[in-house]
Design a protein around this ligand. Structure first.
Ligand SMILES: *[C@@H]1O[C@H](CO)[C@@H](O)[C@H](O)[C@H]1NC(C)=O
Ligand SMILES: *[C@@H]1O[C@H](CO)[C@@H](O)[C@H](O)[C@H]1NC(C)=O
Ligand SMILES: *[C@@H]1O[C@H](CO)[C@@H](O)[C@H](O)[C@H]1NC(C)=O
Ligand SMILES: *[C@@H]1O[C@H](CO)[C@@H](O)[C@H](O)[C@H]1NC(C)=O
Ligand SMILES: *[C@@H]1O[C@H](CO)[C@@H](O)[C@H](O)[C@H]1NC(C)=O
Ligand SMILES: *[C@@H]1O[C@H](CO)[C@@H](O)[C@H](O)[C@H]1NC(C)=O
Ligand SMILES: *[C@@H]1O[C@H](CO)[C@@H](O)[C@H](O)[C@H]1NC(C)=O
Ligand SMILES: *[C@@H]1O[C@H](CO)[C@@H](O)[C@H](O)[C@H]1NC(C)=O
Ligand SMILES: *[C@@H]1O[C@H](CO)[C@@H](O)[C@H](O)[C@H]1NC(C)=O
Ligand SMILES: *[C@@H]1O[C@H](CO)[C@@H](O)[C@H](O)[C@H]1NC(C)=O
Ligand SMILES: *[C@@H]1O[C@H](CO)[C@@H](O)[C@H](O)[C@H]1NC(C)=O
Ligand SMILES: *[C@@H]1O[C@H](CO)[C@@H](O)[C@H](O)[C@H]1NC(C)=O
Length: 621
């Protein structure tokens, strides 16, 4: 009995030695499972079995210890495991005793996960920067925690932790955002996920914060700053524009006796001329100019243009048509287009700039003339039932073709055309910075997209490796190519050393557009991150064997230099590893230093007392 008791007392020390010297492999017991994943305060059962004959088999642990004399299988079972640092071992006694340690990973999902804005209340303002914080309470083990940030369904960023702790901790990572006008009403959230590897619980346990709804203030911005209106019976000038807070409107014109403050100006008595409308909220004013042209002037213009383009006899030949088409434009403004009995083979077309296009126009009724009117590819016929608009190199950005037929009157159907151009060049750069980045500091990346159209169909996406970080769309409205840039704020950490950032410009042109949507990618931007040394543990206890190795090696960029000191060393030593068979027991301190800082680690080098050897001797009798 006494021998047995002594055996237990020293078991844990023995097992440590056993695993250090590799004797574990020779102990003829099997654990099932070989590693235990246990939810904190959850239950666990692990079998230890042997096929050899023995004098005793048992589990030694601070909870659930059990001993049997003859059985070949014994179960360690705890129904509410609440000890964070439990190290159960299974042993058998034969001539001597041997043990196998069971690795136990205890995890705990956070009690709460919440998201908030740092130092800010009330609405955000478009284009300014804000910091979001995620508070995660009481989670373990933190080295397996990932906090993911979402805007709606889009993953914005994710944070991992370099701390190493078996017991629960609180963490509060943050991200920087710079919302734009499209983000009004966006919902942000963060999610804490414990990823314990393939053997761990599946799916990985996670907990999500509530939604943080962002109310965003932004100024008015019309998609076009001028608009020309042809005068008919009643004209309506609509200045309405989205903004938050809602804008107030002010109209001004030489033709108005007083300034008017409604969003829409509607009247049958407005004279031709310019009308200026200001939409204003506290963030700014946007001005839109409406040009009312008299119908008579419009018609003259139209005739004049055709006249100057064509020879006089052509003009005479086509006079009827030209006039009618101007009339038809008026007709279409007043809404009779729906009744025109012609079919187009495509309702809309999307064409690459310089590409070819072909659309048929077809009618089943008798008529005097059918044709396509367009600034490129116009064509007219007397009696055909089908006529094709065909351009082999389309180079007009603002083409507005329509197909018409003449019967008693003329009617027409317009073909909406989107001309697109993929960017000449997409490039990524760091704003105002060269050389390595420093962990924890903030940098701005810029993506430049050259010569792309139409910008309202462009999406610029940001990636780190394969992770989508953010995406931007554009509120400008332009048929011709433009250059645009977007920026992204990052705050790299040590895991980002060597990360590749890149951006991608994609044109989403709808169902009629090319599939998959054309995209152009920047070269990757490799970043170097400088960070200071940080050991995962600041102390380590080493038990003496023949030769001892104190290993202070730690990752840092630039690589650290090492300094060892101890009462037991005659002089300071500067290598990363201290390896010797002659070190005396005691404390050895190592500093790892680069220009960003120093991290100190203490190695407590213990000798094991003679009692340990006595125990082995007792047991083996
Ligand atoms: C463990 O769970 C039991 C019941 O599920 C509960 O009564 C007990 O308070 C819990 N203990 C701890 C430390 O959470
Ligand atoms: C442990 O052993 C018992 C009894 O043989 C068996 O019912 C159980 O399924 C075993 N558990 C595992 C995890 O192998
Ligand atoms: C929040 O604001 C207070 C007072 O203005 C300031 O002292 C503190 O540093 C700010 N905290 C952060 C994280 O910006
Ligand atoms: C997560 O935990 C498991 C088990 O403790 C470990 O093997 C794995 O390396 C950890 N993964 C990370 C990313 O820390
Ligand atoms: C409209 O806004 C412009 C630019 O802010 C300003 O110069 C002009 O005076 C404003 N006009 C009216 C009528 O408020
Ligand atoms: C870049 O640096 C220059 C000079 O230091 C400064 O004038 C400019 O405002 C900076 N630009 C940005 C976007 O920070
Ligand atoms: C980025 O685009 C804005 C307009 O959107 C322009 O004013 C600015 O000059 C551009 N910046 C660079 C560095 O090209
Ligand atoms: C993209 O272009 C197509 C065709 O011009 C249009 O119908 C669609 O609404 C556009 N999509 C966006 C998101 O602007
Ligand atoms: C960026 O990193 C990749 C792989 O890590 C490498 O192949 C490439 O040459 C690097 N590019 C530059 C410009 O350093
Ligand atoms: C010291 O540790 C580092 C990393 O942990 C390892 O690469 C290296 O081989 C170790 N050196 C010795 C002598 O054990
Ligand atoms: C060694 O370090 C440990 C922990 O830092 C401390 O408790 C102990 O007193 C130290 N021993 C000596 C001999 O300095
Ligand atoms: C080790 O680092 C600590 C903390 O920076 C410092 O106080 C100490 O003087 C350093 N020791 C040596 C020998 O460099």
């Amino acid at each position: 009995m006494f021998q047995c008791f002594l055996g237990f007392v020293y078991l844990s020390a023995v097992s440590q030695l056993a695993s250090l010297t590799g004797a574990q492999a020779e102990c003829p017991v099997q654990l099932n499972p070989q590693r235990a994943f246990v939810r904190y305060n959850g239950s666990v059962a692990v079998n230890c079995s042997t096929s050899v004959s023995h004098k005793g088999i048992g589990w030694e642990a601070s909870e659930g210890a059990v001993v049997k004399t003859r059985d070949s299988l014994i179960t360690w079972r705890v129904s509410h495991l609440t000890e964070w640092d439990i190290r159960p071992v299974c042993y058998i006694n034969r001539e001597g005793q041997c043990v196998v340690e069971l690795p136990v990973i205890i995890y705990k999902t956070p009690d709460s996960v919440s998201i908030s804005i740092v130092n800010h209340t009330g609405p955000m303002i478009a284009g300014r920067q804000y910091e979001l914080q995620c508070d995660v309470h009481d989670v373990a083990p933190v080295q397996n925690l990932t906090v993911k940030w979402y805007k709606g369904q889009t993953l914005l960023d994710q944070t991992t932790f370099t701390e190493d702790s078996k017991t629960p901790v609180n963490v509060n990572p943050s991200v920087l955002i710079r919302p734009d006008r499209d983000d009004d009403g966006a919902q942000y959230k963060c999610e804490a996920e414990l990823d314990l590897g393939a053997e761990g619980p599946q799916p990985p346990p996670k907990k999500t914060s509530g939604h943080l709804n962002v109310e965003l203030h932004y100024k008015p911005k019309h998609s076009k700053s001028t608009e020309t209106i042809i005068q008919k019976d009643v004209v309506m000038l609509n200045c309405m524009v989205k903004a938050n807070p809602a804008p107030v409107y002010k109209w001004h014109s030489d033709h108005l006796k007083v300034d008017i403050s409604s969003s829409v100006l509607q009247s049958s008595t407005l004279s031709p001329g310019n009308y200026m409308c200001n939409a204003t909220n506290y963030l700014g004013t946007d001005t839109k100019v409406f040009i009312i042209e008299s119908y008579v002037v419009y018609l003259q213009h139209f005739l004049f243009n055709c006249f100057s383009l064509s020879a006089l006899n052509m003009f005479q030949h086509f006079f009827g048509f030209v006039y009618l088409s101007a009339v038809s434009k008026l007709v279409s403004l007043t809404g009779t287009q729906d009744e025109c009995p012609i079919q187009l083979s495509q309702q809309r077309v999307v064409v690459r700039y310089g590409g070819s296009v072909e659309v048929n126009c077809n009618t089943s009724i008798s008529h005097k003339r059918i044709g396509w009117e367009a600034s490129e590819g116009a064509v007219h016929r007397a009696r055909d039932s089908l006529i094709t608009w065909r351009v082999s190199h389309l180079t007009e950005w603002d083409i507005q073709p329509f197909c018409y037929i003449n019967r008693e009157r003329q009617c027409q159907v317009e073909l909406p055309v989107t001309v697109y151009k993929t960017p000449d060049n997409v490039s990524i750069s760091i704003v105002n910075h060269t050389g390595p980045m420093i962990e924890g500091q903030q940098y701005e990346l810029q993506c430049d997209v050259h010569d792309v159209a139409p910008v309202q169909n462009l999406t610029v996406k940001w990636y780190k490796g394969q992770t989508l970080l953010d995406q931007t769309t554009f509120t400008e409205d332009s048929k011709t190519p433009v250059n645009v840039n977007t920026t992204l704020l990052i705050r790299p950490d040590r895991d980002d050393d060597g990360a590749q950032y890149w951006c991608e410009a994609q044109l989403d042109l709808g169902e009629e557009g090319p599939q998959p949507p054309p995209k152009e990618t920047s070269d990757p931007l490799n970043i170097t991150v400088y960070y200071k040394p940080k050991h995962s543990k600041s102390t380590e206890t080493i038990i003496q064997k023949d030769e001892v190795t104190l290993n202070c090696t730690v990752k840092a960029n630039p690589a650290p230099v090492y300094t060892w000191y101890s009462d037991h060393l005659k002089e300071e030593i500067s290598s990363s590893v201290l390896q010797s068979s002659t070190l005396s027991p005691g404390n050895y301190t190592c500093n790892a230093t680069n220009y960003l800082g120093t991290d100190t680690k203490v190695f407590i080098f213990e000798s094991t007392g003679p009692g340990y050897y006595m125990c082995i001797a007792t047991n083996s009798k």
